[in-house]
Design a protein around this ligand. Structure first.
Ligand code: IPE
Ligand code: IPE
Ligand code: MG
Length: 242
């Protein structure tokens, strides 16, 4: 099986999954969080090099106080447990998004985890927390404008590559495959710049039920696609003379 280099996932459907079991939404997040741990082992086993998951959006603050509190509790526990899975998977973990909105102890756990895992390279795992693509782009423009002002970057030299280097995903290749679970077919402000040429896969399976078989199904479907860039097949290009 030809495995995509970078898989991005929108982890959706925890609440509906819990509801279908007559359980509170928070229970869905607990099981979803356990599944997030499992997906890293699956990705590593399959030989995926980059995995980027959407776990909490800039819009998710609109949810009830109770749900937010439950999620923060889960993030606290998850970020600590992730040290072990980063070691076992030899996986580098990075958090993308504006993490300054989180309580100081959560920010500290993020720093510890990123620092602990920084030399691993079997799997690169990005967790999007308080992430919104529009917010990421605005923050990138703010950083870039500062560098133009202080003379580090010349306005005329701003290219797509230069701009990308100011995004949270700097240095990470664009996703090849985007998966969204639980039936919705929208991006919800996820990686708008980075997904420009990504193949999309939508499944009705809710995130807590998304297992290795479902991941393999998504990859097989991806493999049956005819990827093109500008009308040209992947890996080929014609010179002007042709
Ligand atoms: C995804 O599940 C997890 C987060 C956004 C934190 P949801 O909580 O969105 O579950 P549904 O979509 O309401 O079922
Ligand atoms: C997107 O899911 C964000 C995450 C999965 C973290 P949502 O459930 O919040 O998205 P919408 O509101 O249905 O678009
Ligand atoms: Mg949802």
């Amino acid at each position: 099986m030809n495995v995509p280099n970078h898989v991005a996932i929108i982890l959706d459907g925890n609440g509906r999954w819990a509801k279908s079991k007559k359980m509170p939404r928070t229970y869905g997040h607990v099981v979803g969080c356990d599944n997030l741990e499992k997906i890293c082992y699956m990705a590593r086993d399959l030989g995926i090099k980059y995995l980027t998951v959407y776990a909490f959006s800039t819009e998710n603050w609109k949810r009830s106080r109770d749900e937010i509190d439950g999620l923060m509790k889960l993030f606290r526990r998850y970020l600590k447990r992730c040290i072990k899975s980063s070691r076992e998977n030899e996986m580098r973990v990075r958090v993308i998004g504006d993490t300054t909105a989180f309580d100081e102890d959560i920010q500290e756990s993020i720093r510890v985890l990123e620092d602990y895992s920084k030399d691993y390279d079997k799997l690169h795992f990005q967790i999007a927390l308080n992430y919104g693509s529009r917010n990421e782009i605005v923050r990138a423009i703010q950083k870039l404008s500062k560098d133009v002002k202080n003379g580090k970057v010349m306005e005329a030299k701003i290219t797509e590559e230069v701009f990308e280097s100011y995004l949270d995903t700097a240095g990470i290749p664009d996703p090849d495959l985007l998966i969204r679970t639980s039936g919705e077919q929208r991006l919800s402000n996820y990686l708008l710049w980075q997904l420009a040429y990504t193949e999309f896969y939508f499944t009705d399976v809710p995130w807590p039920d998304f297992n290795k078989m479902e991941l393999v199904k998504a990859i097989e479907q991806y493999n049956s696609r005819d990827r093109r860039y500008g009308g040209v097949k992947e890996g080929t290009s014609c010179s002007k003379q042709d």
